[in-house]
Design a protein around this ligand. Sequence first.
Ligand code: 13P
Ligand code: SF4
Length: 300
Amino acid sequence: MTLTEQIRALAKERNAVILAHNYQRGEVQDAADITGDSLELARKATEVDADVIVFCGVYFMAETAAILNPGRTVLIPDPSAGCPMADMITGAQLRELKAKHPGAKAVCYVNSTAEVKAECDMCVTSGNAEKVMRTFPPEQEIIFVPDRHLGSHIAGLLGRSYILWPGYCPTHAALTAKSIADARAAHPGAPVLVHPECARDVRDAADECLSTGGMCRFARETDAADVVVGTEVGILHRLRAENPGRRFHPVNERLVCPNMKKTTLEGLYECLRDMKHVVRVKEPTASAARRAIAAMLEIA
Ligand code: 13P
Ligand code: SF4
């Protein structure tokens, strides 16, 4: 049996579902039941009837699945797979900011710790942020954490102004407006897609600013033979597998999130074999964080 076959057999034995983020290694995506963006995976985590959820992604994603499934076992193959952006603000820092703006609603990007979500009124993902943020009245003061780029992108789309935390994604920070211009010159006429975690000048230089799930949808619907992709390169595996007639060109081949790559097939196998590493979120943090995520899922 191949390692993938052994993983599938173990998943069946354990009544486990394997969820993988679009940035995971190709072989991990292929071994998973579902590959998706943060929103799709959070939704799936509320719908599965498996006893065990194995989350191939970064820690906050597994934590979100654990918050939404208090009765199920949630496992992550490598618990050191963190998201540096999520760790750029603590619960105490957010409490301090909220104390300075007592009338404000606190909104967190899903790329945040459970402790931070527990302090928030609402959670958003890059796939639903515009729709969710539209539900706040224009005069409502908003604190948006931790991604200043997603926050400014949505504020710009809605013509509003948010109190932004200066967090960012170190992986997407490697993309520059010049790299977008170079990719355009190399692939004339090809649409250029970037993620909302990119800086403003990069977003302005692109044609579309989309979540990873939005990029997958765009790729299915476009007539373009060539598409330029400005996000983590793990997504290319799925884009190419689902759209064999098109060519996908990374803006930067070295745009790799090292934490997303910590999950390997071997790690996934050991995770299911040994039922490790269990992700738990303590009360009352879990219930408070669940309120913010549930508020989002109700709108999206
Ligand atoms: P998506 O929700 O678009 O998949 O983004 C998650 C993420 O961490 C991007 O860096
Ligand atoms: Fe976090 Fe950026 Fe990696 Fe996404 S790509 S998990 S935001 S560090």
